[in-house]
Design a protein. Sequence first.
Length: 183
Amino acid sequence: MRRIVLLLIILGMISCKKENIASTIVNEKIKESKSKSEIVKIRDFPLKDLSKVEVLSYEDRMRWDDIKNRYTKDLVVNYKLNFDSTKVKERVALNSVLKNELLELLSQDSCKLENLPRDCYMPRHIILFRDHKNRIIGYKELCLSCKGFKESKNLENYNGFCFSQMEELFIKAGIKYLDEDYE
C-alpha cells in the first residue's frame, strides 16, 4: 500500500514537472509571436494622441537658420515649426506600416554605443509627430552624417535607434534628399 501511494506521488510530481515545462514553452512562443506594434506598446510611447508622422528634408539648417540661437532654440513653439518652413525641400507623410516601423526604431536601445555623435551638427531632416488636430506634439531633428539629433522634451528617452536604419526608413518613405545630396 505504501509503495502504491509513493508511486502515485512520484507520478504526480513528474506529470506536474512536464506541465510546467509545457507551459513555459507556450509562454515563450507567445512572446515570440508578438507583432511589432505590440512591442512598441510595451515600451509605452509617450505621444498618446499621435495621429500622423511626417518627415521633412531641408538643406543644412545651421547654414540658414537664425544665427543667434539656432543651436538652442525650440524647433516647435505653440504646436508649429519655429523656423523658416520655405526652406523645406521635401515633406513626406508616413503610411501606417512605416509609422509603426519608426516607432519601433525609436523604442529600441540597440545602437546607443554605435551612434556616438561627431563634432558636427548639420541637420537635414526632422520627424514631426502630429495629433488628430494636425498640431505638432513632438519632433526629432536628425543629422544622419554626424549622428546627432535634437528632440522635443517628450521624446528624450527615445534615442537608442540606429542612424543607418533611420536612413533606410527615410528611403523607404521616398525621401530623396539625404546627407550626400547637399554637399
